[in-house]
Design a protein around this ligand. Structure first.
Ligand code: PNW
Length: 461
């Protein structure tokens, strides 16, 4: 029996982010970012870890490209470090920083791999944070300038661009919960940062009308635990999903969100024209999916849930984790990805890309030169199956990227939680890379004839 031919092949890829892999934080004129500052503060990152060395990918770009090429993937998603390109956030351009990404892009293209660039994966120049960071409208203006500089240099070779990665994390974990850089803890600050992040995205759209421009969101299916949790679940959905999707699709914030987030009714923050600029500003949506969210109602007098701070204004929130979990404690539920893709396609009508999916696993040790990470293979196989079901149900999903190529700096978790297809030995001076069983498994999936190889430019219209 021959399988029905897909209208287009699903592009397969692997993803990374600058601060998590590059190291070389003081090289070639790079300025400090908020993650340098944050991880240097005692108690912020598990084990006192930081990205000073990370995977040393800044110096080992050829090794990374060879690993990507060895997978045979269609595409590689990476991020550009703003403080390497504009060490002062705006103004003076550091060409050595741009040279690095040019080397990477040219190497990928020579290897037959499509580069997919993310402009902001959380490494904000510290000088901009000192002027208010994402609480300041001027940061959105600086972002547009930065996007233009990078696009000017690489736009002839990079066809698929994303502005932000997971603005929910940048805004709410960074400014409201304080568990990510810059570590601020003010409920209203999360909403302000969210608006300015979206504004930076929307203005970039206007500044780069020719670019095939998307935004990467960590949307999540929100499944209330019981009928009495419907209301808190709606609040979680507002802050995790609708605060991004509603402006993109409708050019509006919805009533419930405005009730939770009165900041978004402040005419000094949300100015005439802002929401109009956001409407229709994405050509595609990237979805990073790891786990569903199961809100519950907290018992009266109970302790606030540790993640309450990331959902400011959602009173009485509790969160339940069911079933099997990965090593980072996140529930494994591939049906969440299937539902999310179908639902997001219905809501937006836009092409979708799974820009991240993967698992932190405990079976990640090198034994006799091998890493037998069967838990990760199971996770990835089941989630790829969910993508295919969503495609058959009509969701326009163009690509699937595994998070991540290398074991790397996992933000507040430091190096303790590993998501890589490739093991990195942090005790060896050369940071020895060992492809895991999941690396070889994924290479087989890419080569499988039923999947087909996506052509270069697949993510473009
Ligand atoms: C995403 N949370 O981060 C990022 O895009 C990646 O850089 C990261 O390595 C990956 O997922 C795995 O964590 C998140 O606490 C970090 O809810 C933390 C959270 C969510 C996403």
């Amino acid at each position: 029996m021959t399988a029905a031919r897909d209208p287009f092949p699903l592009a397969l890829g692997v993803a990374t982010a600058s601060y998590q892999i590059e190291g070389a934080v003081r090289e070639d004129g790079r300025g400090p970012s908020i993650w340098d500052t944050f991880s240097a503060e005692p108690g912020r990152v598990r084990g006192g870890d930081d990205g000073v060395d990370a995977c040393d990918s800044y110096h080992r770009v050829d090794d990374d490209i060879a690993l990507v090429e060895g997978l045979g993937v269609d595409a590689y998603r990476f991020s550009v470090a703003w403080p390497r390109v504009l060490p002062e956030g705006r103004g003076r351009v550091e060409t050595r920083g741009l040279d690095h990404y040019e080397r990477l892009v040219d190497g990928l293209l020579a290897a037959g791999v499509e580069p997919v660039a993310t402009l902001y994966h959380w490494d904000l120049p510290q000088v901009l944070e000192d002027e208010g960071g994402w609480l300041a409208r001027s940061t959105a203006e600086a972002f547009v300038e930065y996007a233009g500089v990078v696009h000017e240099r690489l736009g002839d070779r990079v066809t698929s661009w994303a502005t932000h990665n997971e603005p929910w994390c940048a805004a709410y974990l960074g400014y409201a919960a304080g568990v990510h850089a810059p570590g601020r803890r003010e409920a209203g600050a999360g909403h302000r940062a969210a608006h300015h992040l979206m504004l930076g995205h929307a203005w970039t759209r206007r500044a780069l009308p020719g670019a095939h421009l998307g935004i990467v969101l960590n949307l999540a299916p929100v499944w209330p635990e019981s009928p009495d949790a419907a209301d808190v679940a709606d609040g979680v959905d507002a802050i995790r999903n609708r605060v991004w999707l509603d402006p993109l699709v409708d050019g509006a914030y919805d009533e419930r969100l405005l009730a939770i987030a009165p900041e978004l009714t402040d005419p000094g923050l949300v100015r005439p024209g802002d929401l109009e600029a956001m409407k229709g500003s994405a050509d595609w949506i990237g979805i990073n999916y790891y786990t569903p969210i199961r809100p519950a109602r907290r018992a009266d007098g109970g302790e606030p849930h540790p993640e309450q701070g990331a959902y400011p204004g959602v009173e009485g929130l509790d969160l339940v984790v069911r079933g099997p979990r990965t090593d980072i404690g996140w529930e494994i539920e591939p049906r969440g990805l299937e539902e999310l893709l179908v639902e997001t396609h219905r809501r937006t009508g836009l092409p979708l890309v799974v820009t991240e999916n993967g698992a932190a696993c405990a079976d990640d040790q090198v034994v006799d030169g091998r890493v037998d990470d069967t838990d990760r293979i199971d996770y990835l196989r089941d989630h790829l199956g969910a993508v295919e079901r969503a495609r058959r149900a009509g969701a326009d999903v163009r690509g699937y990227f595994v998070w991540t190529l290398l074991d790397n700096f996992e933000w507040a978790e430091g190096y303790a939680k590993t998501f890589g297809l490739v093991h990195v030995d942090r005790s060896s001076p050369s940071l020895t890379r060992t492809p895991k069983a999941s690396y070889h498994w994924f290479a087989e999936q890419v080569a499988a004839p039923a999947r087909g190889r996506g052509a270069a430019g697949l993510l473009s219209p």
